[in-house]
Design a protein around this ligand. Structure first.
Ligand code: ADP
Length: 407
């Protein structure tokens, strides 16, 4: 079955076209990124992986709206040279990454008018993502009218959190009236990792417990008990929790009016700085973990401090989640940093030996892209490195919905 996966942002459309049977039998046919929609010059980077040698095409042209962006995607996918299908009707389903559906859905759903209303209803709680996500759905409906559209929500996997984990201790009507609560994000990745962990360990998912560490540009952890999310670090927005590339993570909210008073910034400007100028970047000036590690190794004290704060915050959450998840099977690293940075993993695990977390330095540094374990021999608690694949998970869930196994 050919499934198109779409992740629409405010000025971008990321896409992947996959042919898939199941998690073990999937082929990426083509993928790309449309960016700078609405700017004077838009750009499309399109990669073709099937039907000839792997090739990359870059185009620049003015793309006033997502409609023109999607029109170029369809033209590229069906182009005799650059494309991989003859006709848009070969796409049998379109899976969309959607940020937030609140408490309305705890699983993937086929898009209908009610689903669109729900996405709209959460514009205020996902102002940067929900509006373009809906736009992505609406343009895909135009170009693929025959194909079911499916919404895969970043918040859905976290809906199993109990109230004691998702409620903030604030006036209760802020929750009942304004829906203020912890939602959590990266749910598609944490769910994929939970399934991959179960498979790696040869256990049923509902008997598998793990702490999942999704460490990319955005970073979050999930405490997963018997296959279900018990707690996660991100909150009502993705700002809460871990230190990230440019996000502060946890901070005393009283710091916000204080900084407003000191700088003359308004609340939105301070929150913007907490999202875009903080985290690793705020401490040492760069947000790419490779550069932070290199600078720290070269004796840059600020970079070392950034690395220390990053790792320490994760260590504190590991401690907390060990309390939340009895009978833990594995600590699992994933995403750009989690999969690739042996230094970050070492920094995070160092000093946690008393908790049974014992990293093997040789296994940790052995270069590999495969799922692997990196704990010392004979230690019961496994430390795994598992590649995440949110697009594949979205495609698989889209296929399940179309085949009627779900939702
Ligand atoms: P996104 O959240 O945008 O999907 P990724 O999962 O791709 O992000 O992760 C991006 C992060 O991964 C960056 O901080 C980058 O420095 C880090 N990263 C990628 N490759 C490596 C590597 N080989 N070593 C260290 N860090 C890496």
């Amino acid at each position: 079955m050919k499934i198109l996966v779409i992740n629409a942002g405010s000025s971008s459309i990321k896409y992947q076209l996959m042919e898939l049977e199941d998690v073990h039998h999937s082929t990426l046919l083509a993928a790309g990124l449309v960016e700078k929609i609405g700017e004077p010059t838009g750009r499309i980077i399109h990669r073709k992986y099937a039907g000839g040698p792997e090739s990359k095409f870059v185009e620049e042209e003015h793309l006033p709206t997502h409609h023109e962006g999607m029109s170029r995607v369809v033209a590229l996918l069906t182009d005799p040279d650059k494309g991989v299908i003859r006709n848009a009707s070969e796409v049998q389903g379109v899976g969309h990454r959607v940020l937030n559906c609140g408490e309305v859905y705890s699983d993937t759903v086929r898009v209908d008018a009610k689903v669109k209303d729900t996405i709209r209803d959460f514009f205020l709680l996902g102002p940067l993502h929900n509006p373009p996500n809906l736009m992505g759905i609406e343009v895909a409906e135009e170009f693929f009218p025959h194909a079911p559209q499916v919404a895969v929500f970043d918040t859905a996997f976290h809906q199993t959190m109990p109230p004691k984990a998702f409620l903030y201790a604030v006036p209760y009507e802020w929750y009942t009236k304004f829906r203020l609560r912890k939602y959590g994000f990266h749910g598609t990745s944490h769910k994929f990792i939970a399934q991959e962990t179960a498979e790696y360990l040869g256990k049923p998912l509902d008997q598998t417990s793990l702490i999942s560490l999704h460490l990319g540009n955005g970073c979050s952890m999930a405490a997963i008990r018997n296959g279900k999310c018990a707690d996660t670090t991100m909150g009502v927005t993705p700002l809460e929790g871990l230190v990230m590339g440019t996000r502060s993570g946890d901070i005393d909210p009283a710091a916000i009016p204080y900084i407003m008073g000191q700088t003359g910034m308004d609340a939105a400007q301070v929150v913007n700085a907490l999202n875009k100028q903080s985290g690793l970047k705020g401490i040492c000036g760069v947000n790419d973990m490779r550069e932070v590690v290199e600078a720290a190794g070269g004796g840059n004290a600020q970079a070392q401090t950034a690395l220390d704060i990053f790792a320490y915050r994760i260590q504190k959450y590991i401690g907390a989640y060990l309390a939340v998840v009895p009978g833990l099977d594995a600590l699992v690293f994933t995403a750009g940093i989690g999969e690739n940075s042996a230094s970050a993993r070492e920094h995070i695990c160092r000093g946690l030996e008393h908790l049974g977390i014992r990293l093997d330095p040789v296994k940790n540094h052995a270069p590999s892209r495969a799922p692997r374990e990196i704990q010392q021999d004979g230690v019961p608690l496994k430390i795994l490195v598992l590649p995440t694949n949110e697009e594949l998970q979205i495609a698989l869930e889209t296929k399940q919905i179309i085949e009627g196994h779900n939702g």
